[in-house]
Write a protein that binds this ligand. Structure first.
Ligand SMILES: [Fe+2]
Ligand SMILES: [Fe+2]
Length: 412
């Protein structure tokens, strides 16, 4: 039994989302046609909002803890109203952006199974955008005197967003190959999971009720990402397939820093807790995220080792991963560059703590120096070229990073 009810949104917005889908995701019809071949027994895709339960009728955290949850946007006063709107807008932007990203390289899927996993992810992200539209559409009080119909403005803005104009950096980066689809589902969708989990206690109930069903779908995205990334790494370990271990490492180097920044500044997030929107600050959630990604990378490394040295047990393989990472030496014929590592939180950062934003830290978190002085910006950019995916270099988002770095250095 489904633990939610389904709703649709006003016809004009429903049609607008269908129109958006036809322009940005016409492949939905392929997924629908072959659904049973890949996902037999699972309920087919439906463009609806799924309204689940709330954990409590009382606000769980922050300045209004203990009071009844809010059903109407107009009950949120002052900054709270616009903060809530900004969260809903950012969430919907991630859903729509990810569809636009996945589509770029859908046809480069390594297997049909991989392609259909991505098609299903895209369909579910479309539903998540629809869900956020429902949050805005089901409540006529998303309006502010003098500022008009905030819901309408937000939905119209969302429908016009393209890659390059989405709210968060991670959703503007063009995918270049299927490794991006897979690394992204592993690293970026995982941030989504943390955000949705935190918002299960959102004091505005329509938002809180949206989280459970979205989380259930997110589990498929994460699972697919991990399985496919492991398969790609195992193939690389055998010297097969389209990608080398260096390619996989570079993809991690690209996406992990953007994942970290999706939490918002490491110093922030207290306001969202005070308002009763989330139950963790940015840094608290980010730390849990980092440990989870570390576990994913460890598991892939164990699979890589077992591919190269099949006689080793899982436990021995795990010990070998640790030994190679710690010593930096070749063990059992496996070199440090034959396995993956999680980039340092200081690497390739453009937001967050001043200590490392736009600073020349290497992937291991060491400050890059020459003659005892930190790398010049030009040397740092050369280093990034040597550690990020080849086709990211020179792209729109790479140029944006470089421009933002020069602007930052002028004023800091
Ligand atoms: Fe989503
Ligand atoms: Fe997702």
């Amino acid at each position: 039994m489904a633990n939610y009810t389904t709703e649709t949104i006003s016809k004009n917005y429903h049609d607008a989302i269908v129109g958006w889908q036809q322009r940005n995701f016409p492949e939905l019809s392929i997924l629908e046609k072959y659904w049973d071949d890949y996902f037999k027994g699972q309920p087919p895709f439906q463009l609806v909002a799924k309204v689940g339960d709330v954990k409590s009728d009382e606000i769980q955290i922050g300045q209004y803890a203990g009071r009844p949850c809010l059903e109407r946007a107009k009950q949120m006063v002052g900054n709270m109203f616009f903060s809530a709107r900004d969260i809903i807008r950012a969430q919907a932007s991630t859903e729509l952006g990810s569809i636009q990203q996945h589509r770029l390289t859908l046809d480069r899927a390594v297997t049909d199974k991989g392609k259909f996993a991505v098609l299903r992810i895209m369909a579910e992200e479309l539903r998540h955008a629809y869900q956020m539209f429902w949050v805005l559409d089901q409540d006529q009080s998303w309006k502010k005197p003098g500022l008009g119909d905030v819901a309408k403005q937000t939905m119209e803005e969302l429908l016009s967003m393209e890659l390059g104009t989405h709210v968060l950096d991670a959703f503007n980066i063009d995918f270049n190959d299927f490794l991006d689809n897979v690394t992204y589902a592993t690293v970026i969708d995982l941030v989504g999971k943390y955000q949705l989990e935190m918002m299960q206690i959102f004091c505005y109930s329509p938002m809180a009720r949206s989280m459970g069903p979205m989380l259930q779908e997110e589990a498929f995205h994460l699972g697919s990402g991990r399985t496919l990334l492991k398969e790609i790494a195992q193939m690389a370990a055998r010297g097969e397939g389209d990608y080398s271990m260096d390619d996989v490492q570079r993809a991690l180097n690209l996406w992990f820093p953007r994942g970290l920044e999706m939490f918002g500044s490491e110093e922030g997030g207290a306001t969202a807790v005070t308002f009763g929107f989330k139950d963790k600050t940015n840094a608290e959630a980010q730390n849990l995220y980092i440990e989870e990604v570390r576990g994913v990378v460890d598991n892939i490394n164990v699979a890589i080792i077992q591919e190269r040295a099949p006689r080793l047990s899982r436990q021995d393989a795990r010990a070998l991963v640790e030994e190679i990472s710690r010593s930096g030496d070749v063990k059992e014929g496996i070199r440090p560059e034959d396995i993956l590592f999680l980039p340092s939180v200081k690497f390739f950062r453009r937001r967050g703590r001043e200590e490392y934003v736009f600073k020349p830290f290497d992937v291991r978190g060491n400050l890059l120096t020459e003659d005892g002085k930190p790398y010049t910006p030009d040397k740092y950019l050369e280093y990034l070229t040597a550690t990020l995916p080849h086709r990211f270099i020179g792209s729109r988002e790479h140029r944006k990073f470089v421009d933002a770095m020069w602007d930052y250095l002028k004023t800091n």
